[in-house]
Design a protein around this ligand. Structure first.
Ligand code: GLC
Ligand code: MG
Length: 616
């Protein structure tokens, strides 16, 4: 009895985790839970026919490259019929391909090639609005049923005898009122984005049914899921209440962020619609003879609480934009210190609902590129975070090369969000700099096109920054991404626990650990001026002798460099991935063995204590 009591007490004490920062990760059971998602911008990826504009056949010709790199899923930004006012996010026919990009047959060929290579294909779906050139809008403005209420129409109000929009709502694209008078229908229509992007009316069941038909059409063509666009904007306050001013500095009265969007964004009705789509996609997967989960990735810039709701309402992967935007989803994220970065990681991991899959995004077609925003010296550091944290990693085409934003003049600018401002402010708003042609090699137009006039100009740095150069170099951003994706496929990265810490104020560090596997340790000096020497004894299961598996290209540290764990010196901005020194004789102490050690000592202590109290 006495032995048992002492034993229980000591075991209970040992069960209190000595390191409370360890976050456990669920074993993935589905293909998408550890996916590497690669975003392709069709207009600028690869031009196959020399017209200076990217196209579907161009994409197909490069799928081998993506498969080789280790990409598992490609997400294609919109290539549907469109007048291209908002780069294709203004769709005039969801069921056809824009002739500028090819044909439905080209699309089928793309999917067939992807399948051969084992790549999954995800399409962008833009539900919130259509183009004003969509047939539905034409029928709606002529009040032809059943289309009459497909959009959000309103008579407006009369102020001193003058007709005015029903409220003060503003367009996201900084053009002033979100309402446009339509002469034909003699009513206003709502456009949260461009005036040529009228909002669909999601209070109308018929609209919801149309959306399901669109999803089915593409699922039938063999795709694996959707990235669903602009979800916070789907439903607006039914009483059309005026929004209050935001008080944010730097915005003028016609800028979207002049107001605080409490009535046009994040309305409670939005989430049920997400659930409807999730159910639809699930039903499709169940009834299909190809048994594979079709996945929904959701795009919402919102605050943490609202983002987490998308998990609850069925989004497989609500994009984690907190490395891009602050926790309110409005201003740019602050990533000044190691602590800022670590907070973002733990914030997501600890707020995600039970059973959720984590995900990380650093760049896309709406935001300044990593190499420009965070500095070229941090490209590898960011990719190390992206690929070695648990869950889904999304990378925007070109970020694997550290491509930078391209400077464009006011005259060259196409993005409506910038064109609606003025020459003194457009750069702050423009998304064109991150949308210029992909830099394949050092030939004409960076190998993007045989044409030397391209959709947007090629960045002048293409002679140095291009894929071919990085493939033939021993050390490059591309080579590191390749190595990271390989490492990402090991069990310890797929399902190992995460222990993340700030060391010496400036070092972002984390370990990934799994029973019977060797831990992987990441160290990133986030400071770009000062070196720092760390002691990894703070990590419980880190072996004494370590070697570098991956090193950022500017660190001056070679792959294979050996360290003892209590003294690792990192130059400014250096980022490295470590594992046990494979040549050190001691052999791996699997973390499981390490966990056995305290237990064995407890048994030993128990025996001594038993002796001491003379228990029988
Ligand atoms: C999403 C897209 C963006 C587009 C907007 C309107 O935010 O990512 O590029 O302009 O929706 O469709
Ligand atoms: Mg072309």
């Amino acid at each position: 009895m006495c032995t048992l009591r002492v034993l229980l007490l000591t075991v209970a004490l040992a069960a209190i985790p000595s390191n409370t920062e360890t976050i456990s990760v669920r074993r993935p059971t589905e293909w998408w839970q550890t996916a590497t998602l690669y975003q392709i911008w069709p207009r600028s990826f690869k031009d196959s026919d020399g017209d200076g504009v990217g196209d579907l056949n161009g994409i197909t010709s490069k799928l081998d490259y993506l498969a080789e790199l280790g990409i598992e899923v490609v997400w294609l930004s919109p290539f549907f019929a469109s007048p291209l006012i908002d780069s294709g996010y203004d769709v005039s026919d969801y069921l056809s391909v824009n002739p500028a990009y090819g044909t439905l047959d080209d699309f089928d060929a793309l999917v067939a090639r992807a399948k051969k290579l084992g790549l999954k294909v995800v399409l962008d779906y833009v539900p919130n609005h259509t183009s004003d050139e969509h047939a539905w809008f034409n029928l709606s403005r002529h009040s032809v049923d059943p289309y009459t209420d497909y959009y959000v129409w309103n008579d407006g109000i009369s102020v001193n005898g003058t007709r005015q929009p029903p409220n003060n709502w503003l367009s996201v694209f900084n053009s002033g009122s979100a309402w446009q008078w339509d002469e034909t229908r003699q009513q206003y229509y709502l456009h949260q984005f461009h005036v040529k992007q009228p909002d669909l009316n999601f209070r109308n069941e018929k609209v919801i049914n149309e959306t399901k038909n669109i999803l089915t059409f593409w699922l039938d063509r063999g795709i694996d899921g959707f990235r669903i666009d602009s979800l916070p904007y789907m439903v607006e306050n039914i009483d059309l209440l005026d929004e209050p001013e935001s008080g944010l500095e730097g915005y003028t009265e016609t800028d979207f962020y002049y107001l605080d969007h409490i009535y046009v964004k994040d309305q409670p009705e939005n989430y049920e619609i997400v659930r409807t789509w999730r159910n639809h996609v699930d039903d499709y997967s169940k009834s299909s003879n190809v048994t594979s989960t079709r996945v929904t990735f959701t795009e919402a810039y919102a605050n943490l609480t609202n983002i987490m709701k998308y998990y609850e309402y069925g989004s497989h992967v609500p994009f984690n934009f907190f490395f891009i935007k602050d926790s309110e989803g409005v201003n740019n994220a602050i990533l000044d210190t190691a602590d800022d970065v670590v907070q973002i990681i733990t914030q997501w991991m600890t707020n995600m609902p039970e059973g959720g899959t984590a995900n990380w995004v650093f760049g896309n077609h709406d935001n300044s590129r990593i190499a420009t925003k965070l500095g070229e010296g941090r490209v590898d550091a960011v990719n190390i975070l992206l690929f070695l944290l648990p869950g889904v990693a999304t990378i925007y085409n070109g970020d694997e090369l550290g491509m930078t934003d391209t400077y464009l003049t006011w005259q060259q600018t196409e993005d409506p969000q910038a064109c609606n401002t003025d020459p003194s402010r457009y750069e702050y708003f423009s998304r064109d700099p991150e949308r210029t042609p992909y830099q394949w090699d050092n030939t004409t137009s960076a190998g993007f096109s045989t044409n030397n006039v391209t959709m947007l100009p090629v960045n002048s740095n293409y002679l140095e920054v291009n894929l071919a150069a990085q493939q033939s170099s021993d050390v490059s951003h591309y080579k590191n991404v390749e190595a990271l994706i390989k490492l990402r496929r090991t069990n310890v990265i797929r399902e190992g626990s995460l222990d993340v810490k700030v060391l010496n104020d400036s070092i972002i560090s984390f370990s990934r650990e799994l029973k019977n596997e060797e831990p992987i340790i990441v160290l990133i000096n986030w400071d770009n001026e000062t070196s720092s020497t760390v002691n990894l004894e703070v990590f419980e299961n880190v072996p004494d002798n370590l070697e570098v598996l991956i090193a950022d290209i500017h660190s001056g540290i070679d792959v294979g460099t050996k360290y003892v764990k209590n003294e690792i010196s990192l130059p400014p901005n250096a980022a490295i991935v470590l594992r046990r020194d494979q040549t050190s004789g001691s052999g791996a102490i699997g973390s499981s063995d390490h966990h056995l050690l305290p237990l064995l000592s407890i048994l030993f202590i128990t025996l001594i204590v038993n002796r001491f109290f003379n228990c029988h």
